[in-house]
Design a protein around this ligand. Sequence first.
Ligand code: BGC
Ligand code: BGC
Length: 658
Amino acid sequence: MEQRPVRTAGYCAALVLGLLGTGPAGAAAADAAPVIHPQQWPRLRAALPPDGALEARVTALLAGLSLEEKAAQLVQADIGSITPEDLRVHPLGSILNGGNSSPRDDKLAAPGEWLALADRFYDASSGTAGSPRVPVIWGTDAVHGHNNIPGATIFPHNIGLGAARDPDLIRRIGEITALEVRVTGLDWAFSPTVAVARDARWGRTYESYSEDPAVVRAYAAAMVEGLQGAPGSPNFLDAAHVLATPKHFLGDGGTQGKDQGDNPAGEKELREIDSPGYQAALGAGAQTVMASYSSWQGLKMHGNRELLTEVLKGRFAFDGFVIGDWNGHAQLPGCTPVSCAAAVNAGLDMLMAPDGWKELAANLATQAGSGEIPLSRLDDAVRRVLRVKLRAHLLSEGRPSARRYAGRWELLGAPAHRAVARQAVRESLVLLKNQNHLLPLSPKLRVLVAGDAADSIARQSGGWTINWQGTEPNQDFPHAQTLYAGIAQRVKEGGGSTELSADGQFHTRPDVAVVVFGESPYAEFEGDVKTLEYSPGDKHDLALIRRLRAQDVPVVAVFLSGRPLWVNAELNAADSFVAAWLPGPEGGGVADVLFRRPDGTVRFDFRGRLPFSWPRDVHPPGVDGRPGDAPLFALGYGLKYSDDGYLRRLPEEPAASP
Ligand code: BGC
Ligand code: BGC
């Protein structure tokens, strides 16, 4: 039971589940119930000491709620499917804006519209006549800054932050994100993702800080503290902070490359690899936790009572609330988007029911009335929601627009905030090859900036940027700088010249080319891939690099990606190779590192170190029955300018499937 899982079997099982959907296969798997031994999990102390006065207020509030009002507190609707008028009639506990939802369904809605809408929902959330006022809370996927708001500061995705190995930077990013969310009147960030991704074929790998649980642990605490403030300090959840949500509990990073897939690991691996991030986040006072779409040993996490209730709320002493994922409850056997007593009974305290919220709330009330959901469970869930709302000062701080930082538009994308994002970009870059010390470059050169990602904010930002899949055009990003624009600025200051050319054809013969290429944006399952080969079947970037080299133009390859990929041929072809991950709109941070100052001194050296091991092969090590290949570059690898950046020639044929 505790031995390392045979990956082959697990991966095949995940594929089968994926093919068959969640019907009979899910139910059959659930019969062979996996076993958790709660007593083997660490016993943690609650981050906040028991508070009798707070609990008395919760009790008083709870006593004033009808069964229907209690059930409604456990439901979260998407703003695309609920209006403030609806909320007045159905006082739900919470709303969210999903990745594609925004005021008036306009992703370019002005920040003021977000705040005005927050006020309208708040005003509507007073409950029915005579009931206590329990304001609604609004959650948003602020996963790399307040990333649904054009003009807000956007940071590199987590994978790049993982390369920086800088918890203080993470804390600062959390603070800035919280403040900018507060400017628009929202209360709650669905972050940090504390997944420990182990198979880069997973489309959410870039949301993971690292495959190293120690990095995830350190960052989880720092990000939660940045978002919420330090527990026990006066700034905890004050007007400059928001609620944080470590997600997705538990084991999403072990799903073998398949989003919403199955994690076949043993209990020990779950405890020692997947759970430390939660332990740290809870230690830092995280008030909500999001359940994972994924399964553990065939059982969907939304229905895993042992882990949600006995481990998280019991052993880990979590007294906040568990939020479900987007219709995640519907994937439990016997459940639908509008009916799922099982999820609440397993330990979910709030269900994310983007569009089925009305029927779901009615059904929850009926199920609690009939005893299908024990009243004690209902009350416990509502208590948790109310406790968090009280801790977040929701009942005392007034309308969203009346709160201290609301409407301080100058804080959204403030220069000081963007400077931190730019610093994060610099720290996230990992140098993998630097033949003949080509880098750092002189800014006096004639520089060709080539590659189809060189002048694209979307390509450098990835998913979860303005919209879900991150496909917005450059003009939707006020203040942003593409990698090309950043290079052009630095080179101009230095007295050199730049030419931008996506396909690499040039008018003026360059001294050097910087080729920016890589993955196109994706989010969640849209990003799952079959192998780790970069761009199978379309090698135009490689051809471009080779053509430039054949013309005797030295090439610096800047690779944008949400994961480490097999790029042996591109590594061979380029003189220098930089893994830049998904740096986001502060593209100038790349030029800061690549170019010397005009006086020839180095402005910034590389300091990024691989957050994930870099594959030697198109198959992730240990998957598909392959032996655990040594990586091409180990976790933590990263060159400095003073290092010998020579890289021997690598094999260019992908290994055949066994
Ligand atoms: C994702 C979550 C996200 C939620 C709300 C889900 O599909 O898995 O990470 O917080 O949507 O957008
Ligand atoms: C929403 C996301 C959500 C996803 C779930 C999208 O339509 O915008 O927020 O995570 O659906 O699959």
